[in-house]
Design a protein around this ligand. Structure first.
Ligand SMILES: *Cc1c(COP(=O)(O)O)cnc(C)c1O
Length: 427
């Protein structure tokens, strides 16, 4: 796979280099110079999930990684499925929350962890990352128990839900968690400072494993194929997919799936009140507002950092701009959609409910619709119970960690304190 920096086309990278670097020069995103297309999509769709995913990823990554190596990575990463749940006659939820941390980020996070492990070839790496909740859990679980890789996760003390915290602070082993006595921005700043400090960056071989890593994106393409494979031939004829969006990695992966041959007619880019993209699609003007806090907090992003990749897909002529429409769903409609889904017998959480609402506004007679279920409702238990007025039960991974003690160290918002802690722990 040859990739180029979207901000500086003279910077090229192999897949392995792009995975290691994360971002290119000038904070530019890496994107494949060419996207492949399958000749016989029905044959691909007929394959089982893991086998098909190996096929998709070897086609994308190309011969720089042996197929057997990709197969090993996929088998270890994709150890859970992505079922379609029928909600009405022509509407399905693609449930992406059956992994260890109950959100779709497990797919990309686990694939990235396995890729980095293979690429680093036994050399020591320290993953340093800040989280406001979900990403930390996915990264922690994905790297837990991997030799030679240590993970340090910073998070704002007392500012994430107890269950969210328990999901990644109870693992131990190579997962080191630090509760910072400040907010998420302070945590992000500490990470940036560490990357600017050669003693820590080079001494501990830092890697950020952040959300714009190309390995996450290619992994996510696979579950769009899995979604379509579960539909009948008739349902595949006029298909609309609605994606609850924050940083727009998920939608980028869906578009790549379409370019590779998936029969998807239309995508709905569904957002909460942070609606930079829906406004941009209407007016052509990119005008991010201040970020506002909503019930769907994983989508509280006003300057989505994957958008340049979507622009590239459109500019390079792979898909027409008209394939994507944007829609904003406000807080009242989010709650209404959750209640409507519950009446249909489907308990959901705010992110998926936004995608459902945007989907039914768009869907026409005779079409089939899929909305992405990006998180398990129990991950947003309080909101779901408040809105629906009924208790929901905890799935096993949450029950398991709820009873364990958190292992975090608490530190003030002070870089020298963090540095001393990291060097003592890992130096
Ligand atoms: C991260 C996240 C999203 C947003 O996905 P993007 O790829 O950033 O657009 C949506 N829902 C949930 C539950 C998430 O955790």
């Amino acid at each position: 796979m040859e990739l180029e920096n979207l901000k500086d086309g003279s910077e090229l990278a192999t897949f392995a280099q792009a995975v290691k670097k994360g971002l290119g020069k000038n904070q530019g995103l890496f994107f494949p110079k060419q996207l492949p297309k399958f000749d016989d999509i029905d044959a691909i769709l007929a394959m089982p999930f893991v086998e098909r995913s190996v096929e998709i990823l070897s086609t994308l990554i190309g011969d720089e990684m042996p197929r057997s190596q990709i197969a090993g990575i996929v088998e270890r990463a994709f150890a859970f499925g992505a079922p379609l749940a029928k909600v009405t006659d022509n509407i399905y939820s693609l449930e992406l929350f059956h992994g260890p941390t109950l959100a779709f980020k497990d797919f990309g996070g686990r694939f990235m962890a396995q890729c980095l492990t293979e690429i680093s070839n036994g050399d020591p790496i320290t993953i340093l990352t800040a989280t406001s909740g979900d990403t930390g859990a996915a990264v922690a679980h994905a790297f837990h128990g991997i030799d030679n890789i240590n993970v340090v996760i910073l998070y704002p003390k007392g500012k994430i839900s107890e269950l969210q915290e328990k999901l990644f602070t109870t693992l131990g082993g190579n997962i080191h968690t630090v509760a910072i006595e400040d907010d998420f921005d302070a945590c992000q700043q500490l990470v940036k400072t560490a990357f600017d400090d050669p003693e820590v960056r080079d001494g501990l071989h830092l890697n950020s494993a952040n959300s714009i890593n190309i390995s996450r994106l290619v992994a996510q393409v696979c579950y769009y194929f899995e979604a379509v494979s579960q539909l009948s031939a008739e349902e595949r004829e006029d298909l609309v997919i609605s994606v609850p969006s924050g940083n727009f990695g998920n939608l980028t992966a869906g578009l790549i799936g379409k370019v590779m041959g998936l029969p998807i007619k239309h995508f709905v880019a569904a957002t909460n009140m942070n609606d930079t993209v829906p406004r941009y699609l209407k007016t052509g003007e990119w005008q991010p507002n201040d970020t506002v806090a909503t019930l769907s907090n994983a989508m509280d992003v006003s300057n989505p950092n994957n958008w340049p990749r979507i622009e590239a897909i459109i500019e390079q002529g792979y898909v027409d701009k008209s394939v994507i429409s944007g829609d904003k769903v406000d807080e009242d409609y989010t709650q209404l959609a959750m209640r409507q889904l519950a009446q249909l017998g489907y308990v959901s959480e705010p992110h998926a409910a936004i995608a459902y609402k945007a989907l039914i506004r768009k869907l026409e007679e005779g079409q089939t619709g899929i909305f992405l279920g990006t998180a398990h409702p129990a991950k947003f238990r309080e909101t779901v119970e408040n809105v629906l007025g009924q208790p929901i039960s905890l799935p096993q991974p949450l029950v398991d960690c709820a009873g364990k003690d958190g292992l975090s160290v608490e530190l003030p918002n002070d870089y020298q304190a963090l540095k001393a802690h990291m060097l003592k722990l890992l130096g």
